[in-house]
Design a protein. Structure first.
Lengths: 169, 172
């Protein structure tokens, strides 16, 4: 839970500035993770980008304001998408939600045919909650590479956000 | 004549990992941090917001590690250092990185935010507004270090305990 001071500070600071600062740190963290997965070090990335090792080390402190060109070059040499656009994310959510809606409808029909009105309503709500929760879990698991699966803990806040998004879209 | 200076807790900057303090001259109403914001918020609003965001991020998520502060002899400054990378983001750098806020990092949990100025050249000495505030911050940092060595100022977690016998002073 963020402190009151932090939440108040964010109210005052323009979103653009917040994203610049938080974005530079998150890209640095992402590069760290990919290098670890690929069993590479900062020196390897420096060689691949034809940059000095000290420059790359600075990038990985999370204090660098990355330009898009720099991010693109890093994405190219590491063969990963460091930036996933909102429209791509939304399209993925929509596909998954559509599938989920179909499954919910099937469950609802089954429940309606097996129980009375009150019972079917309770059954449907709990099924919906259960389905949303497990779908969100599976969706999050897609982002975790197999070799690291089990070693990464998904924060409770991230899960809550996912449940919220899945159940409110 | 020397003025007395007190260390003031910024309740609005009491984050999960860092508690920020500032300084206040006994004969003035405003704290040094408020004077800094008043001086630069209008003309350098983007730079001030950047600094505020870093204060919040360091305070909430990271703690006051040395890598987040520019070393300035016995004092420090915000925003965090990016000197080696200026060639890559020169536009952003020129737009946002010339404003300095001097501070005194006492521990990973305690930082005193002082005042700042515009860095107009590589040497702080050649930037009048910066030099004035750096000299002030540096003098206070020396006095605080002496207080800590003598046991007149004790750091306990996020708290500062000061003996009444020792006062911070500065000739304006």
């Amino acid at each position: 839970m963020a402190s009151k001071a932090y939440l108040n500070a964010l109210k005052e600071i323009p979103k653009e500035i917040q994203q610049d600062v938080i974005g530079s740190i998150s890209i640095a963290n992402e590069i760290h993770l990919i290098l670890k997965q690929k069993d590479l070090c900062a020196a390897d990335l420096a060689r691949m980008l034809n940059k000095s090792e000290s420059e790359i080390s600075k990038w990985l402190t999370g204090l660098h304001n990355f330009t898009f060109r720099t991010v693109r070059r890093i994405s190219e040499v590491l063969e990963v998408d460091l930036v996933v656009t909102n429209s791509t994310k939304i399209a993925e959510y929509e596909q998954r939600l559509e599938k989920l809606q179909k499954e919910i409808n099937i469950l609802k029909n089954e429940a309606d045919s097996n129980f009375g009105f009150d019972e079917s309503l309770n059954f449907t709500v709990s099924s919906l909650l259960h389905e949303s929760t497990s779908k969100a879990d599976r969706y999050l698991a897609n982002f975790i590479p197999h070799e690291t699966n089990g070693n990464i803990k998904i924060k409770a806040e991230t899960k809550s956000t996912m449940y919220y998004q899945v159940s409110n879209c | 004549m020397k003025s007395e200076i007190s260390i003031v807790l910024r309740r609005d900057l009491d984050f999960t990992k860092v508690r920020y303090y500032t300084l206040k001259f006994g004969d003035e109403n405003k704290t040094e941090l408020d004077k800094f914001y008043d001086n630069y918020q209008d003309e350098y609003s983007k730079s001030v917001y950047f600094i505020k965001m870093w204060i919040a991020e360091i305070g909430e998520k990271f703690s006051a590690e040395s890598k987040y502060f520019r070393p300035e002899d016995n004092a420090s400054a915000l925003p965090p250092p990016t000197k080696e990378l200026r060639c890559l983001d020169i536009e952003l750098d020129q737009e946002n990185m010339n404003l300095r806020l001097y501070c005194i990092v006492l521990s990973p949990e305690i930082v005193i935010l002082v005042n700042g100025g515009i860095k107009e050249s590589d040497a702080t000495r050649d930037s009048p507004t910066c030099w004035k505030q750096y000299s002030f911050t540096s003098s206070i940092a020396s006095q605080i270090n002496r207080m800590i060595k003598q046991g007149d100022l004790v750091i306990k977690g996020k708290m500062l305990k000061r003996s009444k016998s020792f006062n911070l002073t500065y000739k304006k």
